[in-house]
Write a protein that binds this ligand. Sequence first.
Ligand SMILES: [Zn+2]
Length: 279
Amino acid sequence: MGWFKKSNKKQEADIPDGLFVVCSKCKAHVYKEEFERAFKVCPSCGFHGRLTAQERIDLIVDTGTFREFNTKISTNDPLKFADAKGSYAEKAEQAKAKTGLNEAVVTGSGNIDGIRVVLAVMDFRFLGGSLASGTGEKILLAAEHAIRMKRALVIFSASGGARMHEGIISLMQMAKTCAGISRIDKARLPYISVLTDPTFGGVSASYATVGDINIAEPGALIGFAGRRVIEQTIKEKLPADFQTAEYLLAHGFVDCIVKRAELKNYLHSVLQYSNRKHA
Ligand SMILES: [Zn+2]
């Protein structure tokens, strides 16, 4: 026994900290550098890990072309909300410190293979990518900017849903963001929605699913209420692939599933097509 223990200890000591990451799907040990280089896609099973807003921008937007706007828009606390785990104000401050962001979405303009677009990119690390007054305001302003500049709007969603800490104000953002998107439609500009893991609740029930084209990433979980809540309500067991991008594609809820490595090219082709239609 002692011999094995000694041997294991030596092996562990030879591996520098943080050299490997463990894939949360296939449990393979993957070189962290390789995983990061592939924008957090597991080389062994193709599992798509979650990206931060900045990582998503680095993946999609041409280097040096992104111009962020409305960075000062932040959280509001009209209810002075607090639960057993602390106040919303404290949680918001922690989220800001952790992410370096003021809200759960980053908006700006940038080029996708030379085509200028307006982007809104959600960051799940910020209070679960929840939709609240600041998030909704930034998305609405992005839509208005797209109309002014006559550009397509591309939104990447990653969200647990509406932010309960802002109560009914958060729910109002569903209507507000969709009103902005309907103006994009009236202006005959394309709106592309990319649903990433996870997209739930008030976000999936508003702007994330009203794209001219709704694209999902492989394996992304997308739905309204969570599996457990639905199973308890209907008292039935749901299929294993329920609420996956693949299940939603088979049931006509999304238009296509695009691998992360092909996403930029795919978006460029869609944008090129819509530009041609407008020419
Ligand atoms: Zn894997």
